[in-house]
Ligand binder design. Structure first.
Ligand SMILES: [Zn+2]
Length: 277
C-alpha cells in the first residue's frame, strides 16, 4: 500500500494520520479534499470524516481523516516532529496510487477542476505580479523628474487587463518636509503635472500668514504700551501677546505701580498673573 511519511504524521490510500506531539502542542492538523478554486483564488474544500484516536487528554495519539476516493487533498498544521508542524502539503489519490503534488501539478489539477475561475484567479495573480514588477521600474523613472529639493516616491501602481500601467500614485515631498499626493493614469500626465509652475507650499504659506498676523497683533499691543510710556516686553510672540494683556489690565487698576516699568519680561507677567490682578 502506498504511503507518504510526514515525520510524526503520515498518509496512506485510506487515511491521513494527524499525529499529536509535544504533549498536545503540535498537531493533529487538518486534512481536507480540494474540490476547486474560486475566482478570488481561494481553494474550495470539503471536510473529511475522521476517527479520533487521541488519548483522553488529547495530548498524544492521532486524529485520522478518512480519504473519500480519488482526488486532490490538502493537509496543514500537522505535527511533523515532536517540536514542529509541517508546511502545507498537497497530495493526490488515484486508485491505489498516492502522489505528492508540487505547486505546478496542483495548478494543473485546479485548472481542470474549475477552468473558468482558475483563469480569472490566474489573471488576477498575474496583475499582482506585474504591479510588483513595475513599481521599482516606475520609481526609477519618476525619480528623475523631481525638482531641486523635492523627492518623489511612487506609492502605488495599477495595471489594466493587458498588464499595462493604468494608474500611478506619487507622493511629492517638498524641501520644507510637507508633502502632497499626485494620482494620474499615465507617465505623461505625471510629467505634465510636475511641469506646471510649482506653487509655494500651501501649508507653509498658511503658517507664514498666521505668523504675520500674530506679529501684527503684538506690534499693535507694543505700540499701545509705548503710547502709555511702558517698556516693550521680551519673550516668544505668544508669551508677549498674553503678557501685554495681563499688564494692560494691571495698568488700568494700578497706573502708577513701579512694576509696570521694572518688569520687562513676558515670563514675569505670566507667572505672576494671579497676584497681579
Ligand atoms: Zn511646506
Amino acid at each position: 500500500m502506498d504511503k507518504i511519511s510526514l515525520g510524526k504524521s503520515s498518509v496512506d490510500t485510506t487515511y491521513f494520520y494527524g499525529g499529536v506531539t509535544g504533549g498536545g502542542a503540535y498537531g493533529p492538523g487538518i486534512c481536507e479534499k480540494v474540490v476547486g478554486i474560486s475566482a478570488s483564488g481561494k481553494l474550495t474544500v470539503k471536510r473529511l470524516p475522521f476517527h479520533d484516536n487521541r488519548s483522553g487528554s488529547k495530548r498524544s495519539g492521532s486524529l485520522d481523516y478518512e480519504l473519500t476516493g480519488d482526488g486532490v487533498y490538502r493537509a496543514y498544521a500537522y505535527a511533523d516532529s515532536n517540536r514542529s508542524e509541517g508546511p502545507e502539503f498537497f497530495f493526490e489519490l488515484e486508485g491505489y496510487a498516492l502522489k505528492e503534488l508540487n505547486r505546478q501539478e496542483l495548478d494543473e489539477r485546479l485548472r481542470a477542476l474549475s477552468p473558468d475561475s482558475f483563469a480569472i484567479a490566474e489573471h488576477a495573480q498575474r496583475k499582482v505580479a506585474r504591479r510588483r514588477e513595475l513599481l521599482p521600474v516606475v520609481q526609477a523613472e519618476v525619480h528623475d523628474f523631481a525638482a531641486a529639493g523635492e523627492r518623489l516616491e511612487v506609492t502605488k501602481v495599477d495595471v489594466d487587463d493587458q498588464l499595462q500601467l493604468s494608474r500611478l500614485t506619487v507622493t511629492r515631498y517638498q524641501s520644507c518636509g510637507h508633502f502632497d499626493e499626485i494620482s494620474v493614469n499615465t507617465m505623461n500626465q505625471l510629467i505634465t503635472h510636475l511641469s506646471a509652475p510649482s506653487l509655494p507650499c500651501t501649508y507653509c504659506e498658511a503658517h507664514a500668514e498666521k505668523m504675520r498676523a500674530a506679529d501684527e497683533t503684538i506690534k499693535r499691543l507694543q505700540d499701545t504700551a509705548s503710547a502709555k510710556n511702558l517698556p516693550t516686553l521680551s519673550g516668544s510672540p505668544r508669551q508677549i501677546k498674553w503678557a501685554l494683556e495681563i499688564r494692560d489690565n494691571f495698568w488700568q487698576k494700578n497706573p502708577g505701580n513701579p512694576l509696570l516699568k521694572r518688569a520687562t519680561t513676558a515670563k514675569y507677567w505670566i507667572e505672576n498673573r494671579e497676584s497681579l490682578k
